[in-house]
Design a protein around this ligand. Structure first.
Ligand code: C5P
Length: 399
C-alpha cells in the first residue's frame, strides 16, 4: 500500500448512514501510516459508536466541546494544532450549512472554524437534499472559501432513491485526497500515453503477445491527471481499471495502436510510449481456429511498425518519452536505445523488476545523464517521472 502524503489528519464524522464508510476510511488511512484523530458529532454517534472509531484509529475519539480529558480545556484549538488537514467524511447537509455559515456550536464545527489548515469535505446525503438550492448555495460558499469538495458519487442510495448524494467509496476518496495534494505541474498540457501489451492474432483463438500488466502506463496516466493534464490513454488488453477522467481508447494489435496514436496526436504536448508493443505480427492470420496435428507449424512473421519512431519522425512531434525494459547492462543498452530513437527522455528498468508487480525501480536517462529512482510503488515512480518530464517541457504551449 502506498504511503500517504498526509502525516496527521483530523477526521470529522457527521450524522448519516455513510458513517459505515468512515470506519473503512480510518482503517485504510491508518494502514497508509496516517495518524487519524477522530472527532464525531452527536448525530454521528447515533449511527456508529466512538468505540469502533477508537479501535480502528488507535486513539481516543472526541465528541464533546466540554470533554475534560483535554488538558488545557481548549479542545477547539488543541486538535488542529499539528494536523495537515481536516477531512469531514461523511459531511451531512446540516454540517455543510454550518460550515458555510461559520457556526461553532459543537466540538467539530468549532474545530473547523478555529483551524489553520486546509478543510476537505466528502458530502453524503439524500439526492433531494443534495439537489436542494440551499445545499448547493452552501457548497458554492464553501468552495469560494477554499474548501476542497470530494464527491458525492451517484447511484442507489440507502433510502432507495437513485442519484447524487452517496459518499465516495473509501478507496476512491483516498485517491482523490492524494490527487488533490499533487502539484499541478501539467495544468493545460495534453498527454497521449500508450500502455499494456499488443496482441497479434495467429488464428481465431491464438496470438502472440508481450508480458505487460499495463500497471506502469496506467499509473502514469493517473499521475498526469493528478497533475492537471488532459490524458488520452491508448491501451492494449489489460485488467487495469482506467483512472477516472482519462480518455481511454482500447486497441488490440500494434497496427491498431499506431492508427489510434496517429489519429489522436493533434495538439498533444507530450507522447509517452509505455506500451510493450509486439515486435512482429503474423503475416496471414487464419480466420478460423487452426486444427492441431502432428506436423510442424510454420508462422511467417513480419516486423511491426515502431510507433514511437513514427511519432518522433513527424515534422513537429510532441515531447516524446519512451520506456526500455532490459535484462542486463541496463544503462548502457537503454542509453543506446535513447540515442538511436533520438529521445529526450527514456525510462529504463530491468525486466525482472518491471513485470506485473506493484513496485518497480527506474533510471531516467536524458542529455544530462542518468537519474535513478529507487524502488517504490509504480504510482510514486510515475509522479517522479512526470515531475522530471514537466521540468523538461518547453514553456510555450503547443498550438
Ligand atoms: O521495444 P523497445 O524496447 O524498442 O521499446 C522502446 C520504446 O519504444 C518503448 O517506449 C515502446 O513503447 C516503444 N515502442 C513503440 N513501438 C514499437 C516498439 C517499441 O512505440 N513497435
Amino acid at each position: 500500500m502506498t504511503q500517504s502524503t498526509f502525516k496527521r489528519l483530523l477526521l470529522g464524522i457527521t450524522g448519516g448512514i455513510a458513517t459505515y464508510k468512515a470506519a473503512e476510511l480510518v482503517r485504510l488511512l491508518v494502514r497508509q501510516g496516517v495518524e487519524v484523530q477522530v472527532v464525531m458529532t452527536q448525530a454521528a454517534c447515533q449511527f456508529i459508536t466512538p468505540v469502533t472509531m477508537q479501535a480502528l484509529s488507535g486513539r481516543p475519539v472526541f465528541t464533546d466541546l466540554w470533554d475534560n480529558r483535554i488538558d488545557n480545556g481548549m479542545a477547539h484549538i488543541e486538535f488542529t494544532r499539528d494536523v495537515d488537514a481536516i477531512l469531514i467524511a461523511p459531511a451531512s447537509a446540516d454540517f455543510l450549512a454550518k460550515l458555510a455559515q461559520g457556526r461553532a456550536d459543537d466540538l467539530l464545527s468549532t474545530l473547523c472554524l478555529a483551524r489553520a489548515c486546509p478543510l476537505m469535505v466528502a458530502p453524503a446525503m439524500n439526492v433531494h437534499m443534495w439537489k436542494n438550492a440551499a445545499t448547493q448555495r452552501n457548497l458554492a460558499l464553501l468552495k469560494k472559501d477554499g474548501a476542497l469538495i470530494f464527491g458525492p458519487g451517484s447511484g442507489e442510495q440507502a433510502c432507495g432513491d437513485e442519484g447524487f448524494g452517496r459518499m465516495l467509496d473509501p478507496e476512491v476518496l483516498l485517491e482523490a485526497l492524494e490527487a488533490s495534494q499533487q502539484p499541478k505541474l501539467l495544468a493545460g498540457k495534453k498527454l497521449l500515453i500508450t500502455a499494456g501489451p499488443t496482441f497479434e492474432a495467429i488464428d481465431a483463438a491464438r496470438g502472440i503477445t508481450n508480458l505487460s500488466s499495463g500497471k506502469m502506463g496506467y499509473a502514469i496516466a493517473r499521475a498526469a491527471l493528478e497533475m492537471g493534464a488532459e490524458v488520452t490513454l491508448i491501451s492494449g488488453q489489460t485488467s487495469q481499471i482506467p483512472p477516472y477522467g482519462a480518455n481511454l481508447i482500447k486497441v488490440t494489435s500494434a497496427q491498431q495502436m499506431l492508427t489510434a496514436v496517429m489519429a489522436n496526436l493533434v495538439s498533444k504536448d507530450v507522447f509517452i510510449a509505455v506500451a510493450a508493443v509486439a515486435d512482429y505480427y503474423v503475416l496471414n492470420p487464419s480466420e478460423q481456429k487452426i486444427k492441431k496435428d502432428a506436423h510442424i507449424l510454420t508462422l511467417e512473421l513480419a516486423p511491426n511498425p515502431d510507433i514511437l519512431a513514427n511519432v518522433m519522425n513527424l515534422p513537429d512531434p510532441p515531447f516524446c518519452a519512451g520506456f526500455a525494459a532490459e535484462s542486463e547492462n541496463l544503462i548502457e543498452y537503454a542509453e543506446h536505445k535513447r540515442r538511436r530513437k533520438n529521445l529526450p527522455l527514456l525510462a529504463a528498468n530491468l525486466i525482472q523488476d518491471a513485470f506485473g508487480g506493484d513496485d518497480s525501480e527506474l533510471v531516467l536517462l536524458d542529455d544530462k545523464g542518468a537519474h535513478p529512482l529507487p524502488r517504490a510503488p509504480k504510482i510514486i515512480l510515475a509522479r517522479q517521472l512526470l515531475r522530471h518530464l514537466a521540468r523538461m517541457l518547453p514553456k510555450k504551449p503547443k498550438d
